[in-house]
Ligand binder design. Structure first.
Ligand SMILES: [Fe+2]
Length: 276
């Protein structure tokens, strides 16, 4: 995985333009020292949707969830946009805008409208995720604890599940062909659009993420084109619903919902991927 120096604007520009993943160590974007303790202190009353140890969505105050997490409970936040929106002001958005060369796209406006550009992930030991890719690119800012990421770009034609989730593509993990990077607090990871990714956590950790769209030419060239055309012609409604839906579960679902709606092969895949 390429590492880029925050102090070197030329290198940052080249890395972003290459549309390949990279990491900035000690990015300095966490301006106010946000941490799990910070969340406990300032956002305990915030009502969130957590994914509980039974892999079911549950509404709970953040403080209560964190108490359970610190006692070893396997609770997760998966792309939590409400908390993301509240944490936005504590991060260096000017740097993020510069890093993506002050671009903006239709998708950015749509994400903005639905309040989904900034989200929070919080994971606990043993948490894993499906290997998936999507139209949005992301800057992943590791805030507290460590998390390991596996990233690869793969052929659309070998993608196993194109419609299991409303807007992401899912496929099988294969560590031999994936970049592996363990993010530490302060690290920033760029995941370009349609690169497959999944994570593993050995400790409690959380990240603040910024999702955005790329320029049109990025979607129309190379390996991304078939993914993009498939999204454009068959999944635009799913994307729109995902962006505008107030419930984050629309994008993921949970075990009780999947058991009613998915095939045996899909359920077996979700089980292998920790139902997330
Ligand atoms: Fe993702």
């Amino acid at each position: 995985m390429k590492k880029v120096d925050r102090q070197n604007p030329k290198e940052l520009k080249q890395a972003f333009k290459s549309k390949q993943p990279f990491v900035i160590k000690n990015s300095g974007v966490n301006l106010e020292g946000v941490s799990i303790d910070f969340l406990r202190k300032h956002f305990s009353d915030y009502k969130t949707h957590t994914f509980n140890p039974e892999c079911t969505s549950e509404t709970m105050r953040l403080g209560r969830m964190l108490e359970k997490v610190l006692k070893g409970g396997k609770y997760r936040l998966r792309s939590e946009p409400g908390l993301g929106k509240r944490l936005r002001r504590f991060f260096d958005q000017d740097f993020l805008d510069k890093l993506r060369l002050n671009q903006s796209s239709m998708l950015d406006h749509l994400l903005w409208l639905g309040g989904k550009n900034h989200t929070v992930f919080l994971s606990t030991p043993g948490c894993e995720m499906t290997k998936h890719c999507h139209i949005t690119s992301g800057f992943i800012m590791q805030v507290d604890g460590k998390k390991t990421w596996y990233i690869s770009n793969e052929s659309f034609y070998e993608t196993k599940f194109r419609r299991l989730y409303p807007y992401v593509f899912l496929t099988e993990k294969n560590k031999k062909r994936e970049y592996k990077v363990t993010l530490e607090p302060g690290d920033l990871l760029y995941i370009p659009s349609y690169w497959f990714h999944y994570t593993e956590s050995d400790e409690v950790n959380f990240s603040f993420n910024f999702f955005f769209g790329e320029k049109a030419w990025v979607y129309l060239r190379g390996f991304r084109r078939p993914f993009f055309l498939y999204d454009l012609f068959t999944k635009q409604l799913g994307l729109l619903q995902l962006v505008l839906s107030p419930a984050i579960e629309y994008g993921f679902g949970d075990k009780p919902l999947w058991e009613k709606t998915k095939t045996a092969a899909e359920l077996a895949y979700l089980e292998r991927c920790d139902y997330s």
